[in-house]
Design a protein around this ligand. Structure first.
Ligand code: ITT
Length: 178
């Protein structure tokens, strides 16, 4: 099963989750055009449809984002750009003094079966930490608290509960039922 992503962290996690389901995930490292929009499902679907014009074999992509309640869902669909520009330090600064620290990650998988695109979603709820904590994982993991640990302090335990795990689980269950 081909996973197209430029993000190594996403691939490493998906690979391990796939192993539990007996699905071998191969990495195609590639940047692709992501249309702008407010809806991750639509972005993922459109990105997969555009890619399908070039890649004829079945593949999947994953569009994910961090949604912070007190910031009305920011950075959401802009998570990749925000991470590259202001990063985790920027998130901590934006959240300084804010009491409501609730946040969630969403992952949307878009699978192209050679003909049609199918989407699967996963969500995990947590909070934005007061400080950057931990060194494992990638992206926003050091600022995302799940219980009393950040995802970057959890390591492989993250794979049990993450948005990616849930989206992939839905995808693999559907795939196994075909
Ligand atoms: P591709 O589009 O090539 O797959 P990307 O890194 O650009 O890679 P997205 O557009 O989906 O991916 O952007 C998601 C952003 O959210 C990106 O900055 C990630 O680092 C971050 N992110 C996604 N899942 C995460 C996770 O499990 N832990 C921490 N950060 C995550």
């Amino acid at each position: 099963m081909l996973f197209i992503t430029s993000n190594e962290g996403k691939f490493i996690e998906a690979k391990k989750i796939g192993e539990r389901y007996g699905i071998n995930i191969e990495w195609k490292r590639m940047e692709y055009l992501e249309p702008q929009g407010n809806d991750l499902i639509e972005i993922a679907r459109k990105s997969a449809e555009l890619l399908a014009e070039k890649i004829k074999e079945p593949f999947f992509i994953e569009d994910s984002g961090l949604f912070i309640e007190a910031l009305n869902g920011f950075p959401g669909p802009y998570s990749s750009f925000v991470f590259k520009t202001i990063g985790n330090e920027g998130i901590i600064k934006l959240m300084k003094g804010i009491k409501n620290r609730k946040a969630y990650f969403i992952a949307v998988i878009a699978y192209f079966d050679g003909k049609n695109v199918h989407t699967f979603i996963g969500r995990v709820d947590g909070e934005i930490s007061e400080k950057i904590r931990g060194t494992k994982g990638f992206g926003y993991d050091p600022v995302f608290l799940y219980g009393d640990k950040t995802f970057a302090e959890m390591g492989d335990e993250k794979n049990e509960v993450s948005h990616r795990r849930k989206a992939l689980e839905r995808f693999f269950e559907w795939y196994a039922s075909l």
